[in-house]
Design a protein around this ligand. Sequence first.
Ligand SMILES: NC(=O)c1ccc[n+]([C@@H]2O[C@H](COP(=O)([O-])OP(=O)(O)OC[C@H]3O[C@@H](n4cnc5c(N)ncnc54)[C@H](O)[C@@H]3O)[C@@H](O)[C@H]2O)c1
Length: 417
Amino acid sequence: MKKTTLPLGIGIIGGGFIARFHIKSWVGVRDADILGIFDPDAKRAREASALAKSLGVGPAKPYASITDMAADPRIGALWICAPNYTRGAVMEEIAQAVIRGKAELIGVACEKPLGRNVREAGKMLELVQKAGLLDGYLENQVFSPAVVRGKEIVWARGAALSGPPYLARAAEEHSGPHMPWFWEGALQGGGVLNDMMCHSVEEARFMLTPPGAPREVLTPVSVTAYTNCLKWQEPKYAAILAKNSGGKTDYLKRPAEDFARSLVEFRDKSGKILVVETTTSWCYVGAGLRLSMELLGPEYALQINTLDAGLKVFFSREVKGKAGEDLVEKQNAEIGLMPIVADEAGEYGYIAENRHMVQSFLRGVRPEENFSDGVAVAELLMAAYRSAELGRTLAFPIKGLDEYVPPVARGKWNPRS
Ligand SMILES: NC(=O)c1ccc[n+]([C@@H]2O[C@H](COP(=O)([O-])OP(=O)(O)OC[C@H]3O[C@@H](n4cnc5c(N)ncnc54)[C@H](O)[C@@H]3O)[C@@H](O)[C@H]2O)c1
């Protein structure tokens, strides 16, 4: 493993939407600078580099390949922010660069989901360990200040005096992803269940886990899930997806679920059953992205709703500005009473997430949220797909889960046929 020097040099793979969030978050991250971007789309790489420079978070420059960037001795860790369908090839190239002695790195941090299914997520874990690298799984919600502080208070006061929480609810909803590849089951790995329930199951599990305890204290017992395509299979909306993708996305023939819910039972160390209830959708048209979380116990309740923002603005119908995403992520309107998430990179958890990854890498310890968590999340999601496919509750362990690819990821799912 590379010797640690300050600041840690970071290379970002994929310079799109989420890379911009990470770069913006870096104003709150110490001891690390963003030095490189690799993106096959040179314009994206230039734009992301320029953003890093303009924010003063590192003299980033575009690199011609992942291997070139990894081989730069100033780079110590890589952030994988490329689309889901590139995960395997990206991680393979990183691992090979390290194993063949072309690159010396400390660690890799990878965006959610770790893989499109259990097999792919497991391969990511195998490769990172083969290369001897530290691994961080970028699940921002478990670093969100409201989630972290809420968990701390609820467990310190409510749980300590009246007993641990028994029900965690988590929902992530918006009006649909920004790029055509997200909508394609085969490229993304599924629909909204794979894209957004990965956040919800992990945030809810985190809330139910006693502070400081390892993930293993909660064992999944059963899963009951439901998926449907409520909005985007309607001809009017399917036509929009087709237009946005140059005719490639066909939700009349190959839809993906735009609504999914799951109920997961866990067992704690004392044998008690705890419940995680999640709901996710790409068909929620409110002001913008809405994250809602709850944690309920015998004598207490916690609740978070990101659209219940402290800051709101009102624009009358005379303010006819152009459509934008300057008030809140996945914004749907520009007039009327609009909530504003004042510091999205902070409030959604990206700053604390990146601080944790950087500090773990610099100390040479495995981040608390790591690829093993990414694999565990993939197992829950695939179990949910299988439950929805069969229309019944499934008990863990679920046979064949390691090789399971949901019908939606095989282009074989259509709730209307
Ligand atoms: N944590 C979150 O809340 C969150 C939010 C959005 C996206 N994500 C995840 O981040 C990843 C990227 O999503 P996005 O919204 O930024 O997508 P995007 O399409 O906006 O950006 C992806 C970028 O990767 C580039 N790219 C394509 N192939 C590549 C390759 N082989 N190597 C390097 N770069 C490549 C593309 O040119 C593009 O610029 C996805 O896995 C997604 O699930 C996470």
